[in-house]
Design a protein around this ligand. Sequence first.
Ligand SMILES: Cc1cc2nc3c(=O)[nH]c(=O)nc-3n(C[C@H](O)[C@H](O)[C@H](O)COP(=O)(O)O)c2cc1C
Length: 172
Amino acid sequence: METYDAVKTVLAVREFQSITLPEESVQRIVESARLTGSSMNAQPWHFIVVQRKDLLKKLGDLVSSGPYIADAAMAVIVATEKTSVYGVSDASRAIQSMILTAWSEGIGSNWAGWVGMEDVGTLLDIPPAFEVVAVIPFGFPKDERIGFRKRRKPIEDVIHSEKFGDPLITGL
Ligand SMILES: Cc1cc2nc3c(=O)[nH]c(=O)nc-3n(C[C@H](O)[C@H](O)[C@H](O)COP(=O)(O)O)c2cc1C
């Protein structure tokens, strides 16, 4: 899948088929995180790959904004150094790399987080020097969502040409 097509079609997937992911896809997804550029190339992150069903279920219980993690084939937990000023920005970029890499292979995912992150850290023995930024569940989507229309603000509301308020004319 071309990069632009992946960006154009990717959607948050919250329902997964109970199918194991191909090992090569798992490796490409996490490699895409590791290979992502970070501020000053500091790479202040860790990625914990969870595929054990019992742990996925516990993660679904802990993250109240993402109970569907329990049904995912895999979750990647992203943790950053607490001392890193750019940790969240760096982690967000790595997360997008994973989401797009997965999507280009037909694998859905979503960002779940902000609630229960400390408990996630405890569950997975993440040292206190790191904070959990997000839990990203992955799996083959239950329904075929590629091609669904995105609900986004119209181009004229958010994209400007040269100066704020002047519209950019596009043929897309
Ligand atoms: C920083 C961030 C945090 C998010 N947290 C959650 C979350 O906790 N639970 C959840 O189900 N979705 C979460 N999402 C997914 C958003 O709800 C989703 O990206 C948005 O609704 C657009 O969905 P769509 O791409 O399918 O249109 C989060 C997304 C981002 C970027």
